[in-house]
Design a binder for this molecule. Sequence first.
Ligand code: ADP
Ligand code: ADP
Length: 218
Amino acid sequence: MIEVDDVTKRYGRTTAVHGLSFTVAPGQVTGFLGPNGAGKSTTLRMVLGLTSPTSGTVTVGGRRFRGLPRGLCEVGALLDAGDAHGGRTARAHLAALARGNGLPRRRVDEVLAQTGLTSVAGRRVGGFSLGMRQRLGIAGALLGDPPVLLFDEPLNGLDPEGIRWVRGLFRRLADEGRTVLVSSHLMREMEHTAQRLIVIGRGELIATGTLAEFAAAD
Ligand code: ADP
Ligand code: ADP
């Protein structure tokens, strides 16, 4: 469960998020929709604990943000598919992440298999397509087996088969009882991805509801 309560985030004179409140429940895939610049990444970064709200509170699994990044066993995230070191192999990247977070080495092979990367695990990330980088980012998010998962624009760079696969994965993770939040700037990407939507614009909440409710309002 994620609870964002009256959160404002300012960067100097820019207000990225303004008085934002919403909750994300476990057991379903929730879409986080808004145009570029709406404040989605800023909000996800605050949920992860990578940056602090200027005011308001962000609670994850009942724990309030305390100024430190949340651990991989608490929240997993795909924030930026490009952030793995290009000179490392996929396996070495995940092994370093596992080591740095005190996770057992066997998790590396488990998440490689889970994301369909086993056959390319020994290749350098620098030669990966965007779609493979997305899979690697998702593998990193799954490493700590966390109850809460955040995916920022995860469909970027995926081919139709990759999109079907990732949608199935999100659904399975939700069915396992996890809290799954997926951002996008495209409503059509959400249609077969999310069961519930949170829509923001200019840092403020515009609407929340089930996909069926949004479809009926169209
Ligand atoms: P989205 O993810 O929806 O595209 P962002 O959260 O990235 O939106 O950005 C929201 C607003 O906050 C934008 O105006 C953006 O320029 C600004 N912003 C985001 N991060 C920073 C930062 N580190 N410093 C200054 N402004 C930022
Ligand atoms: P390093 O020691 O290599 O800097 P970190 O654990 O600090 O490794 O972070 C590596 C990358 O993982 C960073 O780009 C960061 O944004 C991202 N990250 C941090 N916390 C999480 C998390 N809980 N889940 C997924 N990715 C995270």
